[in-house]
Design a protein around this ligand. Structure first.
Ligand SMILES: CC(C)(COP(=O)(O)OP(=O)(O)OC[C@H]1O[C@@H](n2cnc3c(N)ncnc32)[C@H](O)[C@@H]1OP(=O)(O)O)[C@@H](O)C(=O)NCCC(=O)NCCS
Length: 268
């Protein structure tokens, strides 16, 4: 087990100064208690000890990789997809100064082999959360969910189009049994309220306009992407905005405005 953890620590290029602590904790690490649970990643999320989640994620990289290779998925795609484990560990370290991972349920979806990083975007195989009669989508139908990582260069329409082109070939080649006719996205980036604050050159507006908005619910998850993982509405008075969008969102909420998470659909 320790060998597998170390192997993925090295492949994913974790900070070398973490190695001592990781290997020491890996020494007595066992998956028994974790795997007793029907939903191990949800269980890990509830645990105080966030290092345990990171060790488990590193250990599960091996299964993800071997399963992917059996499907002939190229190594570079598998490793790029797994680099989310490092990204979220670094995020946790930056905000707490500790080695571990908070976003273990998200990593679980990746490690279960449902999400792949392809170019600027991530693509997830899952059933549609809602119907969209106008575009011929029924709730529960197989779709590809689109996720937007905060890394990987400019979020231009060209970069997104390239990612869709890669995804089309990727799923046809490596998951030919998975048939789908729509992309979906559920995100703060599809909240049309943002159009009041952004100009037409904005990458967010251009991305939003490629989806048909179907269902919106009031939500403030935008704050965690605009500021930091633990920002809530109550914190806004203490924040000095750095970008035009941050400033506009703070003003909007302080004047009683709302934000939404929107589910949108796009035909393949
Ligand atoms: C998606 C993302 C790359 C878009 O950024 P972008 O390409 O700069 O977007 P736009 O061109 O529309 O930006 C317009 C303005 O909003 C600002 N802005 C956009 N996203 C921002 C963010 N997450 N935080 C702070 N400001 C942001 C830009 O800096 C720019 O402001 P400026 O004119 O003062 O420079 C960026 O929001 C991001 O990295 N988000 C994190 C990931 C995410 O939200 N995923 C979806 C989860 S559901």
């Amino acid at each position: 087990m320790k060998k597998i953890i170390e192997k993925w620590f090295d492949i994913l290029q974790f900070p070398t100064e973490w190695k001592g602590e990781i290997l020491e904790s890996a020494q007595g690490f066992s998956t028994d208690e974790i795997e007793k649970n029907e939903q191990p990643y949800e269980w890990l999320f509830e645990q105080e000890n966030k290092l345990q989640g990171l060790l488990y994620a590193l250990y599960k990289c091996e299964d993800f990789f071997n399963t992917g290779r059996k499907r002939n998925i190229p190594e570079d795609i598998l490793i790029k997809t797994l680099s989310e484990v490092r990204r979220y560990a670094l995020e946790y370290y930056t905000s707490t100064g500790k080695i571990g991972v908070l976003m273990i349920t998200w990593l679980g979806i990746i490690l279960n082999g449902n999400i792949y990083r392809l170019g600027r975007l991530e693509f997830e195989m899952h059933p549609a959360q809602h119907s969209c009669e106008e575009l011929g989508l029924e709730k529960g139908e197989n779709v590809i969910g689109v996720h937007i990582p905060d890394n990987g260069g400019p979020f231009t329409p060209e970069a997104c189009e390239k990612a869709y082109a890669i995804a089309k070939d990727f799923f046809a080649e490596y998951f030919p049994e998975y048939s789908y006719t729509h992309y979906v996205c559920e995100s703060w980036l599809l909240d049309t309220t943002l159009k009041n604050f952004l100009n037409n050159d904005s990458n967010i507006v251009k991305f939003m306009d490629t989806f048909k908005p179907v269902v919106s619910k009031e939500a403030y998850s935008a704050l965690i992407y605009l500021f930091s993982r633990d920002t809530s509405v109550e914190d806004l008075g203490k924040i000095t905005p750095k970008t035009s969008l941050q400033k506009a969102v703070i003003d909007h909420i302080q004047n009683g405005g709302k934000l939404y998470t929107t589910f949108g659909v796009k035909i393949r």
